[in-house]
Write a protein that binds this ligand. Structure first.
Ligand code: SF4
Length: 375
């Protein structure tokens, strides 16, 4: 199938997120292409607000290239503080255009750590730069993998990932990356209900990740946005019409995008349980080495709080408690003073005065400080 390529000069490339992403830890993101030749049917980039074209069919057939992405990135990164950048897009157009490679070169020059989430082993082409970034600051390369060839439903993968590189190739790339001592693993998202959510498939994905040197498996559910829900349901109809009603029950109208939270929690707990069995992380460990010494402890304790948010969410704990923890995590993450200095100087009262912390979280922070710096 012929792909139409459109090139243009963009005005801006760097997205600066208000809060750090507690799944992948990036504060920034920058991508050189719009549209994706891999054309996964569940891709949230199919949503109208991310699509550069009117016709949804164009998502994988018309690719827009931001020609000046690397120059813009250099300019924009030089104006912000060092933090993790989600970057890289290794769809087929990258082979010739090499814009992701140029953007990595910018991160290397400016000492920015990077996070890459890929389906393509083409990322191996840039392993030289990624190794250098990893030595200078940090690189994390995760692979999107939702099943393995051992799954009873593996043949159905072609309906959902029609043009993605083979799963085997992704695991081989993971192995090569792990040998370079770069943090790698699997982003097991989206776990497709009634297709790839069985215990055997979950266990195989985790087992294969471990076997290929991965250090984490992060599981997540399928969201069905308005922009692609109908397409997705049409595929279900083709595979097995009975699936349609099962999905309708799982994606109730009150929750437009995500599945029933109870189902989601059950699947996430299953991933956690099997990760524990194989002694692998069910979250991506937060890289903090590149932060200034002064705020490293804040970032570490924020990570612990973010982790609690995740655990509480999958256990369907009270929304109020989850939000209280989330706000405390954000506050700690944004704190510019060293939290230990505040504690040393003014004890719990000082911690209590930090925005969104209060008495309960002051005690939690005190506990973590004592554990982490053994006072
Ligand atoms: S590879 Fe990623 S960006 Fe491309 S279509 Fe699939 S999910 Fe979307």
């Amino acid at each position: 199938m012929k792909v139409k390529i459109l090139k243009y000069k963009a005005n801006k490339i760097l997205n600066i997120h208000k809060y750090v992403d507690s799944w992948f830890w990036n504060k920034y993101s920058a991508y050189p292409y719009k549209g994706c030749q891999f054309g996964c049917e569940f891709c949230y980039n199919r949503e109208a607000r991310f699509r550069p074209y009117k016709d949804p069919e164009d998502f994988s057939k018309v690719i827009t290239i931001k020609q000046n992405a690397a120059e813009l990135l250099r300019d924009e990164l030089s104006k912000v503080s060092i933090d993790l950048v989600a970057i890289g897009d290794y769809q087929p157009v990258e082979r010739k255009n090499k814009i992701s490679r140029k953007m990595l070169g910018v991160c290397l020059d400016l000492k920015f750590p990077v996070f890459i989430l890929e389906r393509s082993p083409l990322v191996l082409r840039d392993l030289d730069i990624l190794e250098d970034i990893n030595k200078r600051s940090c690189a994390i390369i995760a692979f999107s993998i939702i099943t393995t060839p051992k799954s009873k439903n593996y043949s159905k993968l072609r309906f959902f990932e029609p043009k993605s590189p083979k799963v085997k190739k992704r695991f081989e790339a993971m192995r090569k990356i792990s040998k370079k001592e770069i943090l790698t693993g699997t982003v097991f998202m989206p776990i497709l209900p009634y297709i790839f959510d069985d215990d055997e498939n979950i266990e195989d994905v985790i087992k294969m990740t471990v076997a290929n040197g991965g250090s984490f498996v992060v599981g997540g559910g399928l969201t069905l946005g308005r922009g692609y829900k109908k397409r997705y349901f049409d595929i279900l109809e083709r595979i097995d019409p009975l699936l349609v009603n099962k999905y309708k029950a799982l994606y109730p109208t009150y929750n437009v995008y995500g599945p029933d939270p109870e189902y989601l929690g059950k699947i996430a707990l299953k991933v956690t349980e099997i990760c524990e069995k194989y002694q692998i992380n069910d979250r991506i460990p937060r890289p903090i080495e590149f932060f200034p010494e002064k705020i490293k402890l804040n970032k570490k304790i924020a990570e612990i709080f973010f982790d609690k948010v995740y655990r509480m969410e999958i256990e369907n704990k009270s929304v109020y408690r989850v939000w209280a923890y989330r706000k405390a995590s954000w506050a700690l993450d944004a704190l510019e003073e060293n939290v230990y200095d505040i504690y040393k100087e003014s004890g719990l009262i000082g911690l209590d005065e930090i925005r969104d912390i209060g008495e309960f979280f002051s005690r939690q922070i005190e506990e973590e400080i004592k554990k982490l710096i053994r006072i």
